[in-house]
Design a protein around this ligand. Structure first.
Ligand SMILES: Nc1ncnc2c1ncn2[C@@H]1O[C@H](COP(=O)(O)OP(=O)(O)O)[C@@H](O)[C@H]1O
Ligand SMILES: [Mg+2]
Length: 238
């Protein structure tokens, strides 16, 4: 079966500074894959390049067989490649409901929008309770749930998450991952996860790549990486 997402020899950066030096990434429908790596390795740049927010300077990105690296970002979202951005970026002065509706702004069919809203509020009952409140009144964990909910409103086929655990208390991180687990099993969502929390990420995904200085330095199944000496010393502190 052909992969849902396939990036080949991807190069990207900012102005004259190249950050990604040839990334090959392939994700099958239904898989969960992580990209791990230290601060500054290029993890967010990789997700932004897949989303079309940063332009690939070389290489290609295929989503369900369609070349997307030349498309504007809103057309990429329409293929079902949808990102939950780093640091959440919710709209603080809009209500929870308004934030969710922004996520569905490219979905034309009103019935599909209502269906998505109902699904998201069933997944996160807290969002239903707080629908009329300004998003800034939510806790950090609730804002992360809102950011995930907003991405789900766009009806993703592949959901990309940029450090969903960042800045959250351990108990809240557990809650976020519990929701991601439910999403995987209930809606067969394909997931690309960027994390610095290697423990959480390897528990959640099928396999992972370690990004270092804009290249994949190591790739393998979660079990292989958990046993890998470099991972154990550099990331797991064992
Ligand atoms: N908007 C930007 N303009 C210029 N350089 C950037 C920008 N964003 C990130 N960088 C640089 O790109 C490199 C990779 O950053 P990033 O993708 O954010 O890494 P990570 O998410 O792995 O921490 C870093 O050297 C960073 O300073
Ligand atoms: Mg980042």
């Amino acid at each position: 079966m052909s992969p849902l997402l396939e990036a080949r020899a991807l190069h990207a950066g900012y102005g004259a500074v190249e950050v990604l030096h040839g990334i090959d990434l392939s994700i099958a429908a239904g898989e969960a894959v992580a990209v791990l790596g230290p601060n500054g390795a290029g993890k967010s740049t990789l997700l932004r390049t897949l989303s079309g927010l940063v332009r690939a300077t070389d290489g290609s990105i295929l989503m369900a067989g369609t070349a997307v690296h030349t498309l504007p970002a809103h057309r990429i979202v329409a293929t079902g490649l949808i990102q939950v951005p780093e640091a959440r970026h919710i709209f603080p002065y809009l209500t929870v409901l308004e934030n969710l509706r922004v996520g569905a702004s490219l979905v034309r069919d009103a019935a599909l929008k209502d269906e998505a809203l109902d699904q998201v509020m069933t997944l996160f009952p807290m969002l239903r309770d707080k629908a009329r409140q300004p998003a800034r009144t939510l806790s950090g964990g609730q804002q992360q749930m809102l950011a995930i909910g907003r991405a789900l409103m766009g009806r993703p086929r592949l959901l990309m998450l940029d450090e969903p655990s960042l800045g959250l208390a351990p108990r809240v991180v557990e809650e976020v991952y519990e929701v991601l687990h439910r999403l995987r099993t209930s809606s067969e969502l394909t997931i690309l996860l960027v994390e610095q929390d290697v423990y959480q990420a390897l528990d959640f995904v099928d396999r992972a790549h370690v990004l270092q200085n804009g290249r994949f330095a190591l790739s393998g199944s979660s079990a292989e990486l958990r046993d890998n000496d470099t991972i154990r010393t550099a990331y797991l502190g064992l």
